[in-house]
Design a protein around this ligand. Structure first.
Ligand code: GH3
Ligand code: MG
Ligand code: MG
Length: 390
């Protein structure tokens, strides 16, 4: 059983019993007050109030502690230990009521409280076992802790109707033990099924955002992340850089070596590009056949051009060998760095990077060109001249 499932079971168990933790105390006050034992047996009453308070507080503190501690280390061993402590505290609280029922069954002076405490114990044995039936130890030991002491006390000091009460308690015990078996089975079946569904959903999510050939992100994911990053940049006012990178004369590679080698080139280019990016924040995606897109949040134009240059060199250095022959591969890079102002839009940034790529191609390929706003309207020839100059 994986640690995450066990942890989930413990969290569920703690959640299920949270409401009940502080019910015991008011219930006991009510019984003490209505039956008069709060007055007639002061020490007994106060002693039990103290025990009930300490048990409730310990359970509360433990629950808080377990949540915090599991965040730092949720190993299987630790979760097992937590589950045992939690089960122990729960059983202790049941055993306390069991002992109370034994006391009122045994001592005639406490007879007034017998029926109310038996009623509480009956409810606890049924509800408590069913609620936590998912934990095997609770299923087995909880009804015993709650019912057995009063059954023994009634047999040791029988009074009118006590044999009937013992028989009823035994039947209740068998019933809850049997009913909780199904509850336990249903809980774990549902937990395992939910986990499998979550894993499948995560895998589907991964597949829907990953490019099958290169295992990097696909265009869909890139566009989503770019839109998110764009909104973030509007708030922070920082620049955002994008690149479009296209392998040069890729058709010739395909024609010369075949599609399989072409695929290997695309994979090698993706790997080379990924190695050249910052692991946190930057994003690389396969945007089309032999075309990649890169998102570089916060990068001003100069830094983005330098990054593009480094990526260009990495692709040129990528080693693809076919029967001892090296396949030469270069790429062209179009860069656009802009502030995500009110009038800006992610698709405008991508279009500008694409225009810059187009100019890089026209200027001879294997180069980096940044979109130049001042060149807008100068015509493509002027832009290419500028690109060559660069
Ligand atoms: P340019 O330098 O102008 O980019 O020239 P190019 O030959 O790279 O560009 P073009 O768009 O003419 O050709 C791209 C080729 O990439 C055409 C297509 O068959 C090939 N291609 C697209 N996707 C894949 C793929 O997944 N695997 C392989 N092997 N080839 C692909
Ligand atoms: Mg190409
Ligand atoms: Mg292309």
């Amino acid at each position: 059983m994986p640690a995450s499932l066990r942890w989930q079971a413990l969290v569920d168990a703690m959640q299920r019993t949270r409401g009940g933790t502080f019910v015991h105390l008011p219930l006991f006050f009510l019984i003490g007050w209505l039956t008069g034992i709060a007055e007639s047996h002061r020490a007994f009453f106060i002693g039990n109030v103290v025990v009930l308070t300490v048990t409730a507080l310990t359970r509360l503190v433990f629950t808080q502690y377990a949540h915090g501690a599991a965040r730092s280390d949720a190993s299987l061993d630790r979760i097992r230990r937590f589950t045992w402590v939690f089960t122990g505290l729960y059983l202790l609280s049941g055993a306390h009521w069991g002992a109370l029922a034994a006391a009122v069954s045994y001592w005639p002076s406490l007879e007034n409280a017998r029926i109310p405490i038996w009623l509480v114990c009956t409810g606890m044995a049924a509800a408590g076992t069913i609620i936590l039936g998912l934990l095997q130890a609770v299923r087995i030991a909880y009804p015993a802790a709650v019912l057995l002491p009063s059954m023994c006390a009634s047999l040791l000091n029988p009074s009118e109707g006590s044999l009937f009460a013992v028989a009823a308690a035994a039947m209740l015990w068998i019933y809850v033990f049997d009913a909780s078996r199904g509850i336990r089975r249903d809980y774990w079946t549902a937990a395992v099924a939910t986990r499998e569904l979550e894993q499948r959903a995560a895998e589907l999510e991964r597949l829907s955002t990953t490019d099958a050939l290169t295992q990097i992100c696909n265009r869909r994911y890139f566009d989503e992340r770019l839109a998110d990053e764009w909104s973030h940049s509007i708030e922070t006012g920082q620049r955002i850089a994008v690149m479009v990178i296209d392998i040069d004369h890729f058709k010739s590679i395909n024609d010369e070596y075949g599609h399989e080698v072409g695929d290997r080139c695309i994979v090698a280019a993706a790997k080379a590009l990924r190695m050249g990016l910052r692991p946190q924040g930057d994003l690389l995606a396969r945007y089309g056949g032999e075309e990649f897109a890169v998102l570089l949040p916060g990068l001003p134009e100069d830094a983005a051009i330098a990054a593009g240059e480094s990526l260009r060199l990495r692709v040129a250095d990528a080693l693809i060998e076919i029967s001892g022959r090296r396949v030469a591969m270069t790429c062209s890079v179009g860069v656009c760095s802009m502030t995500a102002g009110r009038n800006g839009r992610p698709d405008i940034a991508m279009r500008r990077a694409d225009q810059a790529l187009y100019i890089a191609k026209r200027a001879g390929r294997n180069r980096v060109v940044a979109f130049d706003e001042s060149a807008v309207g100068e015509g493509i020839t002027e832009s290419i001249r500028k690109a060559l100059y660069r």
